[in-house]
Design a protein around this ligand. Structure first.
Ligand SMILES: [Zn+2]
Length: 323
């Protein structure tokens, strides 16, 4: 990702007619929720980073795709590798693959969990212009969300949740045009998601809601209620934040609204009308609103903290098993 912005029109619409309901459907049923193992999640993040940057059309990207699909299969998911040639803003043809893992395929009630697995080709936010043409390692921007979802997949295999769960690792999210470069439109991002929304792995695919994880591993990360999520899916935001707070993770899941972000959930909301939210590190002290590592050479394993992975993974396991 992407660009952070303040959506004034959405704020006003939201205030007028899309207000979050007063009652929150986040009552946790007395269910047994498996324990999220942050050592495993950390290892899955590191395994991706160890391939090197996962930029489309590179050998590292191809190798990591095999790793991710194999992992989901090993964790008992029915796996679809959705391949596509996607056209980037500059005309480059990207050899892309969305990796989809399905649990309880016949269940009508479904939950969609997603993250992007590619990493950005350019460190265009780095303080040193000499780094602007280098690829991002993407420990947090990409690998962290995927690592949390892989650990959740391991738990789904050990004890099947009641609902159907679809995990999607989207490709080519972070190939958006650098600022000031021709073609820098919102739609130059999230190419894998746009493709899947136009041709989902199941025709007419629907889920009750979707949750996107993006940059969920930084030490002391703060997740604010993102504006597009609040516009399309305020009750899902409230559900997740309320579960997090009950579990004692209120220092991560801050009970305040943040900015709006162009990210994969935008298309799932707009094109498939599946109410979807984005859990993303928002830092009001940085100029761009993200962590200082964002789109720089510093997005490495130093920015991954097991405590943050644990807070996110534990919250989401509680949400899914209470469904
Ligand atoms: Zn990014």
């Amino acid at each position: 990702m992407k660009k952070l912005f303040i959506l004034l029109f959405i704020v006003s619409v939201s205030g007028a007619c899309r207000k979050a309901p007063a009652t929150v459907q986040a009552e946790t049923k007395p269910v047994q929720v498996p324990a999220f193992n942050s050592d495993s999640a950390y290892a899955y993040v590191k395994a991706q980073v160890d391939f090197g940057p996962r930029v489309p059309n590179t050998a590292e990207h191809k190798k990591c795709a095999v790793y991710l699909a194999d992992k989901l299969r090993a964790f008992g998911a029915a796996v679809t590798e959705q391949r596509a040639t996607l056209k980037a803003f500059d005309g480059t043809k990207l050899d892309a693959v969305n990796i989809i893992g399905v649990y309880n395929p016949d269940a009508q009630r479904r939950v969609l969990l997603f993250a992007h697995w590619d990493s950005r080709p350019w460190c265009d936010q780095d303080a040193d212009p000499a780094n602007h043409k280098k690829p991002v390692l993407g420990a947090n921007d990409g690998a962290s969300g995927v690592g949390v979802l892989l650990e959740m997949a391991r738990q789904f295999n050990a004890r099947k949740p009641d609902v159907g769960v679809d995990i999607i690792f989207f490709d080519a999210e972070d190939y958006g045009a650098p600022e000031g470069v021709p073609g820098n439109t919102e739609d130059s991002w999230c190419l894998g998601t746009q493709y899947w929304c136009a041709s989902p792995h199941v025709p007419g695919y629907q889920a009750r809601y979707g949750i996107l994880l993006d940059m969920v591993g930084a030490p002391g990360a703060t997740f604010y209620k993102e504006q597009i999520s609040m516009y399309y899916a305020p009750n899902i935001v409230e559900k997740v934040w309320s579960v997090a707070q009950k579990l004692g993770f209120g220092n991560y899941f801050v009970n305040e609204q943040g900015g709006g972000v162009t990210d994969d959930h935008v298309y799932v909301n707009k094109l498939l009308q599946i109410p979807s939210i984005d859990i993303i590190h928002y830092n009001s002290n940085s100029g761009h609103g993200f962590g200082d590592y964002w789109h720089t050479v510093n997005d490495n394993m130093d920015n991954i903290d097991k405590n943050t992975l644990y807070a996110v993974g534990t919250t989401l396991l509680n949400v899914v098993y209470s469904e």
